[in-house]
Design a protein. Structure first.
Length: 468
């Protein structure tokens, strides 16, 4: 399973099924300009990421999303009338994005980010539809979601919406600049950045008191992107943020992996420079979120090491999977690309391991995911690739290697990484506490409802006795 499945780990699925809106009036054929604009908007919204399992069949769905609640599948959103959304009217499509309700009146799971898409203008929503309907329809049935009770009950989303969903298009703030307003629209609407970078409340809604303060997504962490200079990206220059969103690399700061690499590959690299600047302008304005445990920025940790040079010729590292010590494992698996000192290569294709936001993070989850799953990121000019070692190294070896990398190049206060931690990351990260709390909560709610109904029935019976 790739990073796309983990980015959606907190909740169950998308439900864009096909259906005909009775009595709908045929709309005028979309113009070429509307379709072109819709293509740009669909890329900004990263629609392809969760709706494509086979690159040869874009938007045809079937992509498995492994979550703590079970497996769900991104649906077919091509214009196929049998297995896609070819029979959807404009109103059906708008209602799905603005209200989280499909053409049959069924509630969508909020992993489909309708809580963000509700902010989009109607014109933009219809432009996205025009683009999707301009593409060849692809017949591909979406597998049934594999969600155990009670997570399979869509009516629960009504309760979720009550606490966590405020429908309505985003209105411009006239006191702010046009660039700021555009950034607000992109960040909180189209690109739905909060869905990954803002922590969740007990009800799995966004904790707006810590907006953009970083969040766990399965085995990955979407880092703090507020302007705090220590915990966030306040120490990054605007040019570095722009380069990172465009290429996935900010030398001396970070190299994108996991879900962020995919967001750059499928979405951010296609945005205009003006839109990227608008995003930076908006993010610079949000309240800074600081974690008191952070002593200095993630990218400020580490220094070169010379262990590899010392052991070459002395330790048996020719078969890297048989190596047992951290330096040996590094020499056999990492040094050839990241260099013997850990400094990477000059152009940043293989990043430095020190002055690296992943290695310098207090939580080693992203480092473990990179070691296990590797990195693959396609840019406009090149493809970045690092092989994963999940099938090459066992949990104990990964733990030893990660501890060595952190000790030599990363956060000095990171607690020792254990094989059990590696095992959890290999399985997609720690389970959500909601998986254990919700069944008990629903059982308690059911008892309360039964008690209320029993009380009402009992009182009604007493009244009838008195009247007789």
């Amino acid at each position: 399973m790739t990073a796309r499945s983990q980015i959606s780990a907190w909740c169950g699925g998308l439900a864009l099924a096909a259906g005909l809106a009775h009595g709908a009036v045929a709309a005028a054929a979309p113009s070429a300009d509307q379709i072109k604009r819709g293509e740009y908007l669909a890329k900004a919204a990263d629609c392809i990421a969760c709706h494509t399992v086979d690159p040869a069949k874009p938007f045809a769905g079937g992509y498995p999303l492994a979550t703590p609640f079970g497996t769900i599948y991104g649906p077919n959103i091509t214009a196929d009338k049998e297995t896609g959304i070819g029979d959807w009217s404009d109103e059906d499509f708008v209602r799905a994005l603005h209200e989280g309700i499909d053409d049959e009146g069924k509630r969508l799971y909020p992993a489909f980010p309708y809580a963000s898409f509700t902010k989009l203008s109607r014109d933009d929503v219809l432009a996205i539809k025009a683009y999707l309907f301009s593409l060849p329809p692809i017949q591909q049935k979406t597998p049934e979601n594999k969600l155990p009770f009670p997570f399979s009950q869509r009516w629960l989303m009504a309760g979720w919406n009550l606490f966590n969903f405020t429908p309505g298009e985003l209105k411009a703030d006239t006191a702010k600049s046009p660039e700021w307003n555009r950034g607000n629209y992109l960040v909180n609407g189209l690109a739905h950045c909060q869905e990954c970078h803002t922590p969740r409340s007990l009800t799995m809604g966004l904790d707006l008191k810590r907006s953009f303060g970083g969040a766990q997504l399965g085995g990955w962490t979407a880092f703090n992107i507020t302007p705090d200079p220590v915990s966030g990206v306040g120490g990054w220059k605007d040019e570095e943020l722009l380069q990172y969103m465009k290429t996935g690399v900010a030398p001396g700061k970070a190299s994108a992996a996991g879900g962020m690499a995919e967001a750059i590959e499928h979405s951010l690299q296609y945005l205009t420079d003006d839109d990227l600047k608008a995003i930076v302008t908006y993010l610079r304005s949000v309240p800074a979120v600081n974690d008191a445990a952070d002593k200095k920025p993630r990218y400020a940790w580490g220094q070169p090491a010379d262990d590899d040079a010392e052991i070459r010729g002395f330790a048996a590292v020719s078969v890297s999977s048989n190596a047992s010590g951290g330096a040996e494992l590094f020499s056999g698996n990492c040094a050839s690309c990241h260099s013997a000192s850990g400094s990477g290569v000059v152009d940043g294709y293989y990043p430095s391991l020190f002055n690296n936001s992943v290695v310098g993070a207090r939580d080693p989850g992203n480092l473990l995911m990179v070691i296990l799953d590797g990195v693959q990121r396609r840019g406009a000019k090149e493809e970045i690739f690092m092989p994963g070692f999940a099938g090459h190294l066992d949990d104990a070896q990964v733990a030893v290697l990660a501890n060595y990398v952190v000790k030599r190049y990363g956060h000095a206060d990171t607690p020792p990484i254990t094989p059990e931690q590696v095992k959890i990351q290999r399985q997609g990260g720690p389970p959500s506490p909601l998986t254990t709390l919700m069944p008990a909560g629903l059982a308690g709610l059911a008892l309360i409802v039964v008690f209320i109904l029993f009380s009402i029935f009992r009182r009604g019976g007493r009244r009838q006795s008195r009247q007789s």
